[in-house]
Write a protein that binds this ligand. Structure first.
Ligand code: F7E
Length: 344
């Protein structure tokens, strides 16, 4: 049997690296799409030891002709759309760009698949942010959506256009509603990696400054990215496209993430004060480790997310392997090692 070909957009991101690794292990030919920049950043692929095994292609979600040419050229068996402006905070500053890339960009891809490669199986990276002001606990595939950011609104359009192309043109198109998923390869703008990278620098004596965070009370359902890319692949192995929630079923506050990670850097945090005046003190040294800053509050917040993975577990046979405490430990230890080796 000849090798299967998969295209992954967003190849330089956390999920792109993990998914590429998984597909290479399964003997796929992997085409990695990235947006051209003044400096090329392939560190995630290099760190996973797979940079040489991927064929890289320039690709931009805003460029119809470019998308069409790539799909026509490779006519892949599977297409994973992981590319996006993925930071919720930035979407409030760049709502139009976010709508164009994260929303209409998906229609551009689907149009090209429909036209040039209708047998390609398509995966859309949908998000728990679509639930926003949650209408049901836990959130499942049938829970109504209520987006709370330009990012979530754009992703919601992308979700429905994926469903629409599945139903209208019989494409094998799946939407994975993934709850937050993290790893040592997570970008440092996201709260988990921001926390572990900063605490590691502190512990290694590289900074004296406290970690400045926004809303400590937001609750998220945090899983491990390496587990979640398996669910993406499983979706495209089913006889038909569908929509699936991928989550751990457990929710924790940002505060808990900080406390649990800090332990592995040798800190024991006690919280004092309220709201913007709240600080986290290390009980061993009396040093301020965390400060709350309104700079990191969002115009509209998503207070609570907790997903039900029941359908993914039943229909895909998927099960997450790594839980919250282990995730904190893996991320903290990895950043401590980087900080001590001069890599942070
Ligand atoms: O924020 C709060 C913040 O930026 C988590 C993306 O992958 O997951 C991610 O979106 C929570 C929010 O992720 C800071 O207000 C407090 O309540 O790590 P985050 P996110 O917005 O949940 C979903 C599933 C996606 O699809 C997205 O693409 O943490 N928070 N203080 C903070 N957040 C950040 N970034 N920085 C802070 O200082």
């Amino acid at each position: 049997m000849s090798k299967k070909t998969a295209i992954i957009t967003g190849i330089t991101g956390q999920d792109g690296g993990y998914l590429a690794k998984l597909l290479l292990e399964k003997k796929y030919r992997v085409i990695g799409c990235h947006r051209r920049g003044a400096t090329e950043i392939f560190s995630n692929l290099q760190n996973q030891g797979i940079a040489e095994d991927i064929e890289l292609v320039e690709f931009d979600l805003l460029e119809d002709s470019n998308i069409a040419r790539v799909i026509k050229k490779f006519r892949p068996d599977e297409f994973y759309n992981l590319a996006a402006q993925s930071f919720v905070g930035t979407s409030f500053e760049q709502p139009l760009y976010t709508a164009n890339a994260d929303g209409i960009g998906v229609t551009r891809i689907l149009e090209s698949i429909r036209e040039y490669s209708p047998d390609t199986r398509f995966y859309q990276a949908s998000t728990s942010e679509m639930y926003g002001m949650v209408q049901e606990i836990p959130q499942k595939e049938t829970t109504p959506f209520y987006p709370r950011s330009p990012y979530a609104a754009a992703k919601l359009y992308a979700h429905w256009i994926t469903v629409n192309y599945r139903e209208s043109y019989n494409l094998h198109a799946s939407s994975g509603i993934l709850f937050n998923h993290e790893s040592p390869f997570r970008g440092r703008e996201f709260v988990t990696r921001k926390t572990t990278s900063h605490l590691a620098r502190m512990a290694a004596g590289k900074t004296e400054k406290p970690l400045r965070l926004g809303n400590l009370n937001a609750k998220r359902d945090w899983g491990f990215a390496g587990d979640y890319v398996e669910a993406m692949w499983l979706m495209l192995q089913q006889p038909q496209g569908d929509t699936y929630v991928v989550a751990t079923g457990e929710t924790r506050t940002v505060r808990e993430f900080v406390e649990h990670s800090a332990v592995h850097a040798g800190y024991a945090i006690e919280w004092r004060g309220k709201d913007e005046n709240e600080v986290g003190i290390d009980t061993k040294t009396g040093k301020t480790i965390v400060e709350v800053s309104a700079d990191f509050y969002r115009p509209a917040e998503v207070d609570l997310l907790i997903g039900s993975p029941a359908k993914a577990e039943e229909k895909l046979g998927w099960k997450r392997k790594i839980g919250f405490s282990e995730l904190c430990e893996i991320m903290m230890k990895s950043d401590l090692e980087r900080a001590h080796n001069g890599l942070l």
